[in-house]
Design a binder for this molecule. Structure first.
Ligand SMILES: [Zn+2]
Length: 383
């Protein structure tokens, strides 16, 4: 039997604020402020009771908050409890990893979690309604997005209402869809994907292809642009706005690159009859703090985002995705497992000390990831 999996994707709808009257805007602002106050109060409680559990937060605070905010739709208190629990949980995780110096988290964003009782979406009519105080609803007109038509056939999930620093308002809606995925067995044909700074390499034992993404170059350019803004613009507000604008622009450029790469890989997988896409399991890196090679790469901005995009697109197109342990995939021989050294012909080539194999280092990573997949399939069979 084919495994069935539910995939999720967030659609970001920009709200047309020219269509919203003053009273509605101030009502929405009021909602943001109240929700944020509640979330921070819940975080405070979570912190003083050292709990990350939604249920205990809800149990301790729900009735009190209901009484203090009688006209606020009660589901906002539910979602605020979930939201606070999740913020406090990620705070404790960061703390554990030693990368957070703050004593306790403070929720500073303008973001509201909405469950299905708090919003209605009319995707055909490009409208959404949000529940506000006193059982009333505010209807918002949504602007058409580039990729939004595909959501029509998907199941509606929860949403987030987000107010950006520049004053724009977004409704981010999660959609779900059940997909049938092929079995990941030892007889599956696969394509392994290796992500580097400016190039993504993919293939298997039969072929290797390289795609120039120039991601590192794009990022360096935006980094320099932001540094110029930092040093030249005096006004704090303007500086923050400009930095935000370029950050957004950079991410949109890179996201477009990622989507194009994902499309090409999926096209190639179909053409080659591959049913499983293999990527590096980046979680493994976390535990391996001594490895310089691996550590530089986890911080790589966007790597996980690329993986998420490729995974989602692959599953949507009926391909399965497997993450394998990437340790030593660039330093060991894919044929005999021997140690590799610099090849004779420049930096790209690597040579095996033991069996003499000489191969491009990109091809080596792809072949090792492929090998590891089949190795894990074998391990799973032998108890
Ligand atoms: Zn070898």
């Amino acid at each position: 039997m084919m495994p069935v999996e539910e995939i999720k994707l967030t659609a970001s709808f920009r709200v047309d604020l020219t269509d919203v009257d003053e009273a509605a805007i101030s009502e929405i602002r009021h909602l943001f402020a109240e929700y944020r106050r509640i979330v921070n109060e819940l975080i405070e409680h979570a912190h003083s009771h050292r709990t990350t559990s939604f249920i205990s937060l809800h149990h301790a605070k729900y009735h009190e908050l209901r009484q203090r905010y009688p006209t606020l739709p009660s589901h906002y208190i539910d979602t605020a409890c979930r939201h606070a629990a999740s913020i406090y949980k990620s705070f404790l995780e960061l703390k554990k990893m030693g990368v957070c110096e703050k004593e306790k988290p403070v929720f500073k964003r303008w973001a509201i979690w909405l469950d299905k009782q708090l919003f209605k979406l009319d995707i055909e009519g490009w409208r959404a309604s949000i529940a506000v105080h006193g059982g009333r609803w505010i209807t918002l007109r949504l602007l058409h997005g580039k990729y939004h038509d595909k959501f029509r056939d998907m199941k509606l999930g929860e949403a987030r209402l987000v107010l950006k620093d520049d004053g724009s308002l977004y409704l981010n809606v999660v959609f779900r869809q059940a997909v049938m995925l092929p079995e990941m067995g030892a007889d599956a044909k696969v394509i392994a994907v290796d992500v580097n700074e400016n190039v993504i390499v993919y293939g298997n034992d039969d072929f290797i292809e390289r795609l120039e993404t120039n991601e590192g170059i794009i990022r360096t350019r935006y980094f320099l642009k932001r540094r110029r803004i930092q040093s030249k613009i005096r006004g704090k507000g303007l500086r923050a706005r400009l930095l935000g604008k370029y950050k957004g622009r950079e991410w949109r450029r890179i996201r477009e690159v990622y989507y194009n790469v994902a499309k090409k890989i999926i096209g190639k997988a179909k053409e080659a009859g591959a049913t499983v896409i293999i990527m590096e399991d980046l979680n493994v890196y976390k535990e391996d703090k001594d490895s310089k090679e691996l550590n530089g790469r986890i911080h790589r901005w966007g790597y996980r985002r690329f993986q998420r995009i490729l995974e989602y697109q692959a599953k949507l197109h009926g391909l399965n995705v497997k993450y394998v342990d990437p340790a030593y995939t660039s330093s060991l021989c894919p044929i005999c497992g021997g140690e590799l050294e610099e090849g004779s012909n420049g930096r790209r080539l690597r040579k095996c000390k033991r069996c003499g194999l000489e191969e491009d280092r990109d091809a080596i990573a792809v072949k090792n990831l492929t090998k590891r997949y089949y190795g894990e399939c074998m391990d799973a069979k032998t108890p």
